[in-house]
Design a protein around this ligand. Sequence first.
Ligand SMILES: *Cc1c(COP(=O)(O)O)cnc(C)c1O
Length: 359
Amino acid sequence: MMQALPVMVVDVPLLRWNMDTILRRCREWNISPVAVTKGCLADPVLIETLWKQGFRSFADANFKSLLSLRKRYGMTAQLQLIRLPMKRELKEIVETGIIPHLSHVEVLNEINELAGKKGKKAQVFLTVEGGDGREGFLPDELIDVAKFRNNWAHIKIIGMSLSLACLSGVLPDREVLYHLLTWRDELSRRMEEPSLLLSVGGSTFLPLWEQGHGIEGIHQIRLGEAWLLGTDISRKKCFSWLKQGAFTLQAEIVELRRKKVNDKEEKGFNAFGKVVESSSGSYRKRALLAVGAQDIDETQLYLQEENAKIIGVTSNYLVLDVEDCAHNYHPGEVMEFEAGYGTVMRAYLSPFMNRVYHY
Ligand SMILES: *Cc1c(COP(=O)(O)O)cnc(C)c1O
């Protein structure tokens, strides 16, 4: 039977190689890796591969994904919720021993109360804002949190966490690390907890270790993009010691024609509110592929064929300009693209995307 299209082909041996390499490097650097699974919606095949290679620590932004991991692997898996929790999740977080990252004293109070009722000690991370302008206690607030510590008999603060480069693209450097270590030490002192862990993420922190030595005082790194794609999108770089190209999108050309875009002064936006640039005025060969905006992120798709250009995407089609390609494409032909993070995530979300694993 012919493979149904569109399809995301997953190279499992390549991913296994990335996982092994990360585990080995992290051992050398004396830091423990946490596999972030939100990029593939905690896909059972990929999680099982992580597990078999030796990962025992996982983090996800979606509580449901973590619950399914808990069900599958029991308490041997260490699970972190890396999106600040919603009120309605707190009870189950405590019951299932999932470690939340927190940034409000009120939430710590509530978790303490819930853990007390259950006779449990809840482990939590305090998250700190490091300049990316998203979640976390401000550094001054964080240090001040220590004054409440006696209220939290049922909480164990296991460490402090920081995320960078996810929103505004602030990149981690030695200066950021220096501040982080200073805040951690001050928090440790005030909390009278000498061994607070320091957890950083995501993959964009890895270059700090690439020179080949450990960084005193950082214990944990949370990685998603690195094991899935071998890339550091915040720096638009590939990790030379990891492999790229684990995910390949295949989609079929359903129309191929020379077309001319109407040359009008006033142009609107496409269905998704974006301006689509196209060379208007002249006839260009366009390929329409049967894959849509719900299945892919057209800005994170990479073609082998250098001279083809992605024009844009609608709900129905991915549109390419193939005028300058040496190859003579025809309708019915299947085109291949390397998928970046956004496309991998959509491919796992979309009910219309088929998935095939190569072992
Ligand atoms: C997504 C996320 C990560 C992982 O980031 P990658 O760039 O995929 O490695 C780490 N920490 C937090 C809090 C995240 O939200």
